[in-house]
Ligand binder design. Sequence first.
Ligand SMILES: [Zn+2]
Length: 82
Amino acid sequence: MTCIKCGSDNVSVQVINEQQLVNKHHGLIWWIFIGFWWVPIKWLFLTVPALIFAIFGRKKQRIKNTQKSIAVCQNCGNKWDV
Ligand SMILES: [Zn+2]
């Protein structure tokens, strides 16, 4: 493998673990304007369906792990996806 930037073949490949949050987090403004009334209403109307979903084993995935290989050029420090 050769570096696409400088053409050196002194390239090492690393496997990195990326973690990304799948669910969105609400900001402070959301809580001030919407969260204080929306969350109780949501609880009232969604608790029963949520329980049904829980019984059927549907789980929300919070953290998505993806393994990714990247190549690092030892000559110029360029990094790119393999
Ligand atoms: Zn390079």
